[in-house]
Ligand binder design. Structure first.
Ligand code: MN
Length: 310
């Protein structure tokens, strides 16, 4: 078995001023992180989590490896918040899936209220249980699932990465079958639509992950788009596993969120300026380098001018 087509899409939605969600779509690893915190802190927290996941050692598989990556992310976010008062209290929820192609299994690491679903033979199944107040009230019988969907505290989470020095990661493994379609999403999707609506949007796209991603984000926005909406979809298919060094890069919908760090070899003017804008803080070094190049060019021109005028 191997990972087939994959696609990811993130959208600010229609009410929030900024997008604090981040995704990872790097087969065999997929994740959605939804940050919480004032100012830019939520975005920083979700990006720190994604970066920690992306630093996974190639070949590291299984729920223990995934849980360890999330604990590492927890430590990084917690320490960042200690050092930067403007980021105090920031955190992120995250749901990450790691496919073991040879083993035919999918490990799931989960903290908070982003979700993982599996569509198999036309039926949608929620794989994760939210770490949220209303999910606990449902499991203890205080609320019905229908009451939970409308509850004013439905976005109150009981677990997050980065808010405490240690975190309790829920990790488990499910069996995969060729034809399975997995969906990871931030709460901006299920708070806007029922599981039935999600299943219909996926079916209407014929099971194509890219079309399904577009359909889901459009549907959540059509129902109000009250929060950032992020979806990652991938399918499992028959076939030999793809060796790690030949893994194809997944189609990526949001260039900004997954832009690779700029490399020194591609330091061309336009591109470089674009990267400086994207990465904001921490790009001071590149700005200085650009200024230095401009100064040297100016000196060379002046030297040429003086040479010609004598
Ligand atoms: Mn959210």
């Amino acid at each position: 078995m191997r990972t087939g087509r994959a696609s990811a899409l993130t959208d600010t939605g229609r009410r929030r001023p900024q997008n604090e969600d981040t995704f990872v779509c790097e087969p065999p690893l997929f994740a959605v992180a939804d940050g919480v915190g004032g100012a830019q802190a939520g975005e920083i927290a979700s990006r720190l989590a994604a970066t920690a996941l992306e630093e996974r050692t190639p070949g590291a598989l299984g729920e223990q490896a995934l849980a360890e990556l999330l604990r590492e992310a927890n430590g990084r976010i917690f320490r960042y918040a200690l050092e930067d008062p403007s980021a105090a209290g920031m955190g992120t929820v995250v749901t990450a899936l790691l496919v073991d192609e040879a083993g035919g299994t999918v490990a799931i690491g989960h903290v908070g209220d982003s979700r993982a679903y599996r569509m198999r033979a036309g039926a949608l199944e929620q794989l994760t249980t939210d770490h949220s107040l209303v999910a606990e009230l449902v499991s203890s019988g205080v609320l019905t699932p229908e009451e939970a969907e409308r509850h004013p505290q439905r976005s109150a989470i009981t677990r997050a990465l980065g808010t405490e020095p240690t975190v309790d990661v829920e990790a488990f493994t499910v069996a995969g079958e060729p034809g399975d379609l997995f969906l990871i999403c931030s709460d901006g999707l299920p708070t806007m639509m029922s599981d039935q609506g999600v299943a219909e949007a996926i079916r209407s796209s014929g099971g194509d992950p890219a079309a399904a991603a577009e359909a889901l984000v459009a549907a959540a926005n059509a129902r109000g788009g009250e929060d950032n909406i992020t979806v990652v979809l991938f399918e499992l298919e028959e076939g030999e596993e793809i060796p790690a060094d030949e893994e194809p890069s997944a189609p990526v919908a949001d260039e900004e969120l997954t832009a690779p760090e700029p490399s020194a070899e591609h330091a061309e003017g336009e591109e470089e300026l674009d990267e400086v804008r994207r990465h904001g803080a921490g790009s001071g070094g590149r700005l200085t380098a650009l200024a230095l190049i401009a100064a040297i060019a100016l000196l060379a021109l002046l030297a040429l001018y003086w040479g010609l005028s004598k």
